[in-house]
Design a protein around this ligand. Structure first.
Ligand SMILES: [Zn+2]
Length: 339
């Protein structure tokens, strides 16, 4: 074998084994069960950094991606920072690590709703993707099939819609509260509807051997005279919270507390999130159950306004009102959380 060939092979093997000690990590629990890689974390004009989270049980080569606002760019950026080095991949070609992770490790997409800041990356990476299911509520899958992968806005990448279609993505309609096993994996997922302006959004519970991560797409606060979707969600996950099996909640806070009620566009402010988490504590049977609960805060709006640091601003407002001992972390792009 020529020398440079050997060298390439050695480099590739070294790359595969890298990680463990060397892979950068932003937060690590002492006994982590899941890895969360933030591929994109903002909303608004941050078109290289929009909601997308890879969730993987540690020690496995099985992951799901929760929303895909920024997908290919998010994976490449994570690769460049060495964030993906821990994922056990099978090197088999000229693919970079980001490509291996997309094609081998990611087993499904969980799409909360079809707003562009949650699906743009899915659309753009789809020509290079391997076949996968898209788990979503039927309303969301119908919008993806009719209005996005419809042969006009983009090719027909799903298994519904006009010919010619690739059928690369299989739409898996979910029934609220009923868990599904993700094909070709040991991951279970359950969906619940959320209210988000004029559309239905979704919360996904991802479970592996009974341990869980909860991801919420965009949601508005419950109102006394309106839908109580967050309250219903909290009732469903309360047993996991009490048993310390819920390792993190990923949830959006889009605007600071100063945003007027009529300009929320179905989103949350820090005070809304805090009120809802107090409700979770109540549903669990006492605030002590949620002390130390980790909430990874996503979806802070980026605008063209000069000055101000909306992420720090929102973090400060969350901490100022945090009389319930929640462990808030502001999500950063290309960061890795072991929870
Ligand atoms: Zn939205």
């Amino acid at each position: 074998m020529p020398l440079d060939h050997l060298k390439t092979l050695r480099d590739r093997l070294r790359k595969t084994r890298a990680g463990s000690a060397g892979t950068p990590v932003t937060f690590a629990d002492s006994h982590p069960v899941f890895e969360i890689v933030a591929l994109g974390v903002r909303s608004g004009v941050a078109d290289g950094n929009l909601s997308s989270y890879l969730v993987r049980p540690l020690g496995t080569n099985e992951a799901v991606i929760c929303d895909a606002g920024t997908l290919g760019h998010g994976l490449k950026r994570a690769e460049a920072r060495g964030i993906l080095d821990d994922i056990p991949i099978m090197p088999d070609s000229a693919l970079g690590r980001a490509g291996h992770v997309l094609k081998q490790t990611v087993r499904a997409y969980l799409i909360s709703h079809a707003h562009l800041d949650h699906v743009a990356g899915l659309v753009l990476s789809s020509p290079e993707d391997t076949p996968k299911p898209i788990h979503a509520l039927p309303q969301t899958n119908a919008i993806l099939a009719e209005h996005l992968f419809n042969g006009r806005v983009w090719g027909v990448m799903g298994d519904k819609g006009p010919e010619p279609r690739t059928g690369r993505y299989t739409y898996r309609d979910m029934k609220p509260g009923q868990s599904q096993t993700i094909g070709n994996s040991r991951l279970d997922v359950t969906a619940w509807p959320l209210t988000h302006a004029s559309t239905t959004s979704t919360a996904f519970l991802i479970q592996h051997h009974g341990q869980a991560i909860l991801y919420l797409g965009d949601t508005q606060a419950d109102r006394p005279d309106g839908p109580q979707n967050l309250h219903e969600l909290w009732k469903a996950v309360a047993p996991l919270v009490r048993e310390k099996k819920l390792h993190a909640i990923i949830m959006g806070v889009t605007y600071p507390d100063g945003q007027p009620e009529e300009a929320l566009c179905g989103q949350l402010r820090p005070k809304d999130l805090l009120a809802s988490l107090r409700d979770l504590g109540h549903v669990c049977g006492g605030r002590h159950h949620i002390r130390g609960l980790r909430v990874l805060v996503s979806h802070v709006k980026e605008t063209f306004h000069e000055g101000g640091h909306p992420v720090q601003h929102i973090y400060r407002e969350l901490q100022d009102g945090n009389d319930i001992g929640i462990h808030f972390m502001m999500a950063e792009q290309s960061a890795r959380y072991l929870v």
